[in-house]
Design a protein around this ligand. Structure first.
Ligand code: 4GS
Length: 251
């Protein structure tokens, strides 16, 4: 899969694409990363890419000309690509969208703004507007990198054996249960006994209950979107009972 970033700061993308899992995927030819800089399509002496907003007001707006020419170039390189604009006005990104983008297998072109907003006529050329959250960044580069990272982990070979584990929790939206490794006692804090018991059924129940607890405590709205499995109802009630009887400050 090819990822093309339309960005005024290609160094940001190039640095991030060189390391870790994505860096290895690029080296192995599983994904390719290309940057196109709208500034290369500027025509004036100052190579400007922005101008003051029509109707007045503070700040600047990214002009359609340079961004659209960069987009034309990207579409030459990847004619079947889906064009994604990064903006807080977009659809809030969630895992099902990530998985759909990976499954579609289409190359992705990311339109990244910086400092300023896009001229609306740039946004009109995007197939999709995505937001990574209700907060304001200085640029769309980090959101675009987030999306590439999240999508790439579903592409064959990128995670190796880990993908199959991922497929289990495909439609699941519970938060993760707590994990432990050696030592069994660290600064007086013990690993929960059940995890040392070797009883796989009991361990699976404990993990599911703790996933329900973490979700109940931190993101209760996700409980309405989760897929309830056999036995979840009983585990959930047990967990709720424990939460009610818990002393303040405990756990
Ligand atoms: C986001 C976001 C964002 C908005 C880019 C102000 C510079 C900035 N993009 N999800 N102009 N959150 N973009 O904050 O996607």
């Amino acid at each position: 899969m090819e990822f093309i970033f339309i960005t005024l700061f290609p160094e940001m993308i190039e640095q991030a694409s060189r390391v870790s899992i994505i860096g290895r995927a690029v080296e192995q030819g599983l994904v390719s990363v290309t940057c196109i800089n709208p500034r290369d399509y500027a025509t004036d002496r100052h190579r400007s890419v922005d101008a003051s907003p029509c109707g007045g007001g503070a700040g600047m707006v990214l002009q359609a000309g340079t961004y659209c020419k960069a987009l034309d170039r990207a579409r030459e390189l990847a004619p079947d690509a889906l064009t994604v604009a990064l903006t807080p006005v977009g659809e809030p990104l969630r895992q099902p969208r990530v998985e759909a983008l990976a499954a579609a297998g289409r190359d992705l072109i990311f339109l990244c703004g910086h400092y300023e907003g896009f001229d609306e006529r740039i946004l009109e050329r995007a197939d999709l507007r995505l937001s990574v959250g209700d907060f304001v960044l200085t640029g769309g580069e980090l959101p675009a990198l987030c999306i590439m990272d999240a999508v790439a982990r579903f592409l064959p070979g990128v995670l190796g054996k880990m993908v199959s584990a991922e497929e289990d929790s495909f439609a699941d939206v519970l938060l993760e249960y707590p994990q432990y490794t050696r030592p069994v006692c660290y600064e007086g804090r013990q690993v929960p006994e059940v995890l040392l018991s070797g009883n796989h059924a009991a361990i699976a129940r404990w993990r599911r209950k703790e996933a329900l607890r973490a979700t109940y405590r931190c993101r209760p709205e996700l409980l309405g979107r989760m897929h309830w499995q056999k036995g979840d109802g009983a585990l959930f009630l047990e967990m709720l009972e424990e939460e009610k009887t818990k002393q303040p400050g405990e756990g």
